[in-house]
Design a protein around this ligand. Structure first.
Ligand code: GRF
Length: 212
């Protein structure tokens, strides 16, 4: 049976599209069975609809507690028989009840080399602005398992890129985005084809099954 993944996205969804492309080509041995968004105006919604991917818009402000927000998310994940979650530009914190139900089966992409330039408030252009101001010459991407804290779960995959030529935060963003589009499908594949073992904050990959 095909593995079903949900992708969570809040905005334009270029990473969503890359994952979709790579499921269709067979590189990722799974299908995107659900788009979850907190934003009814997210640019990725029409794309999902055009490709017959179910869309669920769940806005935290409509719930009286984080727990009931999480329960609503869990309900749609259960209804669609989702096994893995990929956060691809999703700006809300994942409620604890979702994290514990999907223990080590949720990954997030962060557009910098964690543990630097992460944590609450460090998302989107804020990350690249901070990287720019720090004057670092290398940035990159981090794909990590999601736990209860922002950007602090065990790291599954990192890639670095030279940004010494970048003269603005926007240039850094576009350099890093290219890397995201390559690395995120690789990380999804890595997660699906292995049962990552967690030792403290370290992810240990032992190959246990090939899916294609
Ligand atoms: C990406 O840079 C992602 O790493 C960050 O938000 C951006 C989303 O881009 N968390 P997109 O919506 O996938 O185009």
């Amino acid at each position: 049976m095909v593995t079903k993944i949900a992708v969570f996205a809040s905005g334009r969804g270029s990473n969503f599209r890359e994952i979709y492309k790579n499921t269709r080509s067979g590189f990722i041995p799974a299908e995107i069975s659900l788009l979850v968004s907190d934003n009814p105006r997210a640019g990725i919604i029409p794309f999902a609809e055009e490709h017959s991917i179910p869309v669920s818009i769940i806005q935290p402000k409509l719930f009286s507690s984080t727990q009931s927000f999480g329960t609503a998310i869990l309900d749609v994940l259960t209804a669609e028989q989702i096994e893995y979650i990929v956060l691809a530009g999703y700006l809300k914190k994942i409620p604890e009840n979702v994290v514990s139900a999907f223990n080590n089966r949720i990954i997030n992409i962060h557009p910098a080399l964690l543990p630097a330039f992460g944590g609450k408030g460090m998302y989107g252009k804020h990350v690249h602005q901070a990287v720019f101001e720090a004057g670092v010459k290398v940035s990159g991407i981090t794909i990590h398992l999601v736990n209860e804290e922002y950007d602090s779960g065990p790291i599954l995959l990192q890639r670095a890129t030279d940004i010494s030529h970048c003269e603005t935060p926007e240039e850094i963003a576009s350099t890093v985005l290219k890397l995201e589009h390559k690395a995120l499908p690789e990380a999804v594949k890595l997660l699906l084809e292995n049962d990552p073992e967690i030792d403290g904050n370290r992810v240990i990959i032992r190959k246990v099954h090939e899916t294609n």
